[in-house]
Design a protein around this ligand. Structure first.
Ligand SMILES: Nc1nc2c(ncn2[C@@H]2O[C@H](COP(=O)(O)OP(=O)(O)OP(=O)(O)O)[C@@H](O)[C@H]2O)c(=O)[nH]1
Ligand SMILES: [Mg+2]
Ligand SMILES: [Zn+2]
Length: 304
């Protein structure tokens, strides 16, 4: 039987670290010097997630217990009526990754943007796989709407050159989100070759009955820039954002909120709606009001 000696100070003093990977109730926690420790969370403290700052205590050599999750500046998560799925904590930027192939769902972009606006964090859209020239050209026109709204829309190829992305990641803790097969992990590998993330053709991944990436992981680009790769998602539930707040998730709606005839206008079919006026005046794209209304309709109008 082997015995590993741990000084008692190591056992009792809590150490501050950051969660760089989460596997259910097991986490990898990184400390200032770069050491990474496998840790567990005991009791019902609620979930921790990549990006969380935590206090841990060592148990035996190479193991730790998470004692405290420090207050978060931001928590990105998705939710439906039954459960919440944490995505990342303390991030400063959401990077939405889409590609022309396989086809993507524009509603998911709108939902991700609304979640980012709700947390008051920056959002950036990457149109990846730009080396597939023809299909990319077709969707780029449609996505130019988001550039007109003021979001950065970067067209690039993770397989050819990710340099155009670097200035946008500088100084941020970013999380890459999007549907499966859009190339999030391929981007991570191009940015940080040592990451060596698994990537796969969408058909291969779906034949295996799962997304290629199953767990989030935080990587360091440099001292002040960090990126989290996250598993692909099909849905981005916004159950946690109430109906009144949802319109604030659509950045160009802001000047018109509060201008409708009815104070509790949900901008569906109420008379005197300022958003309907703004669409008629071509100040708001009808697609965006359509996405907003679809979101409201998907949850019923009883919630306010
Ligand atoms: N042509 C081309 N293919 C790419 C590019 N980026 C990624 N791919 C391919 O797209 C497929 C999916 O890439 P992944 O990086 O695994 O996608 P993902 O978004 O991480 O997928 P999940 O982990 O399932 O969410 C792989 O076959 C990649 O080789 C690109 O810039 N150009
Ligand atoms: Mg992946
Ligand atoms: Zn209205």
């Amino acid at each position: 039987m082997s015995f590993v000696y741990s000084p008692s100070s190591e056992l009792s003093l809590p150490i501050l670290g950051q969660i760089v990977a989460a596997f259910g109730r097991r986490f990898l926690v990184e400390f200032a010097g770069g050491e990474i420790l496998s840790c567990v969370m005991r009791g019902k403290k609620g979930g921790a997630v990549c990006g969380d700052q935590v206090e841990i205590q060592r148990t035996t050599f190479g193991q730790g217990v998470i004692k405290t999750i420090l207050p978060r500046s931001v928590l990105m998560y998705r939710s439906d009526a039954f459960c919440e799925k944490l995505i990342a904590a303390n991030i400063t930027q959401v990077v939405i990754v889409v590609a022309a192939v396989p086809s993507f769902d524009e509603e998911l972009i709108n939902r991700c943007l609304a979640a980012a606006e709700d947390q008051s964090i920056k959002a950036l859209i990457i149109l990846n796989k730009a080396d597939l020239i023809e299909p990319t050209r077709a969707v780029a026109t449609s996505l130019s709407l988001y550039r007109e709204l003021g979001y950065t829309l970067l067209q690039l190829s993770a397989k050819m050159d990710v340099a155009p992305l670097l200035p946008y990641l500088q100084g941020h803790l970013s999380v890459l989100v999007g549907q499966s097969g859009m190339g999030k992990s391929t981007l991570i590998n191009a940015l940080i070759p040592a990451a060596d993330r698994d990537t796969a053709e969408i058909s291969v991944a779906l034949d295996a009955g799962r997304h290629t990436t199953t767990h989030s992981r935080l990587y360091h680009l440099n001292k002040s820039s960090h990126v989290i790769d996250s598993p692909g998602m099909q849905e981005f539930g916004l159950h946690h954002i109430n109906n009144t707040s949802l319109a604030w998730g659509f950045i160009e709606f802001h000047p018109y909120i509060g201008q409708c005839k009815f104070r509790d206008c949900l901008h569906i079919s109420e008379p005197g709606c300022a958003l309907v006026w703004a669409v008629q005046e071509r100040k708001i794209d009808i697609r965006r009001l359509g996405f907003y209304r679809k979101l409201i309709a998907s949850r019923g109008t009883s919630l306010r």
